[in-house]
Design a binder for this molecule. Structure first.
Ligand SMILES: Cc1cc2nc3c(=O)[nH]c(=O)nc-3n(C[C@H](O)[C@H](O)[C@H](O)COP(=O)(O)OP(=O)(O)OC[C@H]3O[C@@H](n4cnc5c(N)ncnc54)[C@H](O)[C@@H]3O)c2cc1C
Length: 148
């Protein structure tokens, strides 16, 4: 049965919840206190310049793909992604370090700075992948209905 549902806020969480609830046939209204949607991921336009208020990194692309696929769409139907190379530059007082756009280049950079550190980086990446897989399989798509 269709319900009338009010959603407070227009961040990623609210927008995705609203999309699924509307898809299920409910009458959904989103209430947002700011002038624009997007929450911490919104854009501020001022004096001809655009600023991303929050995210710089397009993390967990698989989640976005799955979300859009649930509505018969693709992310590329709505936005275009350009991979940056280098990924970013860390600027210190007297030097700067470019971080490449792939793991082997990043490992070379690590080795140049500290011999053997690329192995630690690989360990960190392996560990992060394990944690990511656990999070996706056991947490992200399961409702948090109780602490355990
Ligand atoms: C500086 C910064 C950098 C970040 N970098 C990254 C990154 O690189 N990659 C990444 O993936 N993530 C990044 N994040 C995190 C990401 O932006 C957030 O996790 C995500 O946007 C949170 O979405 P949300 O829907 O949970 O909450 P929010 O975006 O906080 O949405 C909550 C919404 O509710 C509204 N609201 C609250 N109370 C009310 C009320 N009473 N009435 C009406 N509206 C209300 C708020 O105005 C807001 O629009 C970053 C965040 C910040 C701040």
């Amino acid at each position: 049965m269709s319900k009338k549902i009010a959603i407070i806020g227009s961040g990623f969480a609210s927008l995705s919840a609203a999309s699924y609830l509307a898809q299920a046939g409910n009458d959904v209204t989103i209430y947002e206190k700011n002038n624009t949607v997007g929450g911490r991921a919104r854009r501020l336009v001022k004096d001809g310049f655009s600023f991303d208020i929050g995210p710089s990194w397009y993390w967990m692309p698989d989640i976005f793909e799955r979300f859009f696929a649930d509505f018969g769409k693709k992310p590329s139907d709505y936005y275009h992604l350009d991979k940056l190379s280098p990924a970013y530059t860390v600027i210190f007082k007297d030097e700067s370090i470019e971080i490449g756009d792939n793991l082997s280049t990043i490992k070379e950079t690590f080795e140049r700075i500290e011999e053997g550190s690329s192995e630690s980086l690989q360990d960190f990446i392996d560990n992060a992948k394990e944690n990511y897989d656990i999070a996706i399989k056991k947490l992200v798509y399961r409702p948090g209905e109780s602490p355990p």
